[in-house]
Each structure stands twice: as C-alpha cells, then as structure tokens.
Design a protein around this ligand. Sequence first.
Ligand SMILES: C[S@@+](CC[C@H](N)C(=O)[O-])C[C@H]1O[C@@H](n2cnc3c(N)ncnc32)[C@H](O)[C@@H]1O
Length: 411
Amino acid sequence: MGRKVLIPQVMQSSATELPYPDEYFDAVFTDPPYYDNVPYSYLSDFFYVWLKRSLGDIFPDLFASYLTPKGKEIVAYSHDKGGLEEGKRYFEEMLKKSFTEIARVLKPNGIAVIVYTHKSTSGWETLINSLLEAGLVPTASWPIHTEMKSRLRAKESAALASSIYFVCRKLKREETGWFSEVKEEIKKYLQDRLEHLWNEGIGGADFFISAIGSAIVVFGKYKEIKDFQGNIITTEKLLDYIREVVTNYAVHQILHNGIAEELSPLTRFYLLWRWSYGEARVHFDDARKLAQSTGVDIEREMGRGFIKKEQEYVRVLGPQDRKLENIKDSQELIDVLHKTLLLWKMGIKGEMKKLLTNSGWGTKESFYRTAQAISETLPQESQEKKLLDGFLSGKDRIISEVRDSGQRGLF
Ligand SMILES: C[S@@+](CC[C@H](N)C(=O)[O-])C[C@H]1O[C@@H](n2cnc3c(N)ncnc32)[C@H](O)[C@@H]1O
C-alpha cells in the first residue's frame, strides 16, 4: 500500500493577508510579536544582508528588498510620526487583522494555538480584545517557561520567564454575562487553577499573567459583561478584579498562610512587589495597578519614602537605599523593619531594641514572618536579603531581649 507523503509548503506573506481560502485549516499555530518587546525587522537586518549574499540567488523573491520589509510589521514602534501612541494603535489594528484572518482560514471545529506574553496590563487588554473581536475564544491556557533568566533584558527590568499558550476555538459567544456572576465564576475557577500554578512553581509576575490566561477562558465566552445598572464592564476592569483575586491568594501563600489578615495594605503591597518584581523598576501604570489590588493608593503613598517615582517608572526602595534620618517615626511595619535593619547593620543594637520595643513590633510573630517572607522572594545576591537574613539569624535572642526590656520598662 502506498503511503501518502505530505510535503510541507513554506511561504512568506503577512499574517494580515493569508493567501488561503476560508475554512481551509484544521489548526493554526502562531507566536505573534508581543507589542513593543522586540524590534524584529531591525534586528533581522543584521543577518539579512549576509544571507542575501549567500542565499540571494537561490531565493531571489525572499531577498528582493534592500533590507527586511518593514511596512506591515506588527510591532508597536515609537519612532514614526505619532510616536508610541500611533505605534500602539497600529499594532492593535494589525494584530486584530491577523487574528481575523486566522478565524477566516480555520475550519469551524478547528483550533488555533496562540502564544503571547506581556508584562503590562495594556499589552494584555490588546491581546484579549483582538482575539475576542476576531471570534477566537480561548478555551484553555498554560504558561510555558520560554525565556532565559540571564538574558540582558531580564536583568534590568522585571522581565517574564513564561509565555502563555492559548487554545482558541471559533465558538458562539453568549450574549451577556452579569458582572457579579462572572466575578464569582472567575473566583471559583481561579481557586483551583492558582493552586495548580503555584504547585508547578510558577511565581512572581509570571503568576499574574498565567492567572490572566486562565481567567480569559471564563469571561471570554460572553460578548459583553454588564453590571446591574447596565454599564459595560471593560477588559481593564476585569483585569483589575483578576489582580485582586491573585493578590489575595499570593499574599496568603507567600506568608505560608495565617497572618495575611493582620498585615496593613502597605505591607501587603511591599511583599507582593518584591515577590512580583524583585528590585526592578516598573512602569507607573502597572505599579499603580498592583498597589490598587492591595488597597494602596500609590500616588498618596509616594512621599512615604520607600515608594519612589523615577520619570514614568516606580521603584520600591529597600533598607539599603534609605537613610536612617529620613525614615519617619512611623508604626508601619515596613518603615520599622527598614529602620531596624539599618540600625542592625550599623551595630547600634541599643537603639534597635528600643525601636522594636516601643513600636510593639519586636515581639510580634507577624513582624518576623513578614521579614522572612520578603527574604524568600529575593535572590541570594540581594543586599536586602543579606540584611534580612543576618538580622533574622539572631531573631530568638532579639525577641527575648525585647520582651525582657519591655517587662522591665527600660525604654
Ligand atoms: C514572537 S516572534 C516569533 C518567534 C518564533 N516563535 C521563534 O521562536 O523564532 C514574532 C514574529 O512575528 C513576525 N512578524 C511581525 N509582523 C508580521 C506580519 N505582519 N506577518 C507575519 N509575521 C510577522 C516577526 O518578524 C517575528 O519573527
């Protein structure tokens, strides 16, 4: 019996204009550009000029242009007229066009697997809106570890290690979902999923985007989501809610349960920041969203000392970045912890014990557990971690001395 041999065809065309008839493919697999992450065509030029010399005669059509074609490239560039805003608009329009093309060439029961990652919430809003408007409804998602931690971009910024793989289908979407019900549905669905993701060792910013990937499966089945006053719930608002659910779960887990409720919003914010972004700076909008999910108004807390705005970015300072004399006399756990660590580092043990006694934190288990949890989120080489670990190694003695001096009314 003769075996049918399928010869794969490779062809070059823009994803926005696929040269195939309607309902042609059983499956489409694609890994589109991620917003403004990588300037592919410019990077390719480096290789293109050399490949053109070696392969130009064999594939003249592929090497017809002087440099790589750039006109239809789906990337949010900022260098053309209109700057980044125009770049974003173009990216969104082109991404939607290519998803619409995928939906067109896909058979009614076919599947599209789409890979995506982005650390900003607006990057996710674009993907979600483009997919759903094109008629591709995610029915499953999973994060896959695709990036190297040591790569250049990962060092300076809070880069992600995973990409999310979505399985999408051409499903008929339900007309309306009611926000209060969809919220319950998302919460219920995420409970299992978050546990699964956590047990798989997915952490930090990757945990958030994996949760977004999971939640799309729930809310993507509705054409629109409304509250009972008839207001349309935007994707942005849905993502805010998802963040809230994830934050609550993550804070409990980071602290190994138990004391999460005792902590102030600022402490939860600090802990979550370190866990999500380590010591990297983060775009203001994402910082604001993370703060909001812990109940912190970031603009109001900007003057506090450890939340610092640097142009359009935000950095959360560790004790080593602060000056003892600038830390206010505050009862806030993070301020007391930072002051304690600085006094410990300078060897001013008497002042340190006085601070721990008078603030009341020195004998509280939640203080040390928070310090331990912060340390666990940081890499070995972090200065903050070294300070925390050094301080915590003498924890039992410190507690008994603070208790002792408190009882004797020494301070
Ligand atoms: C995330 S990368 C894919 C990387 C690929 N999975 C790999 O491992 O090499 C996105 C790719 O989409 C390409 N791209 C950008 N605009 C396109 C368009 N209009 N049509 C087809 N591909 C496009 C970029 O050149 C880039 O190679």
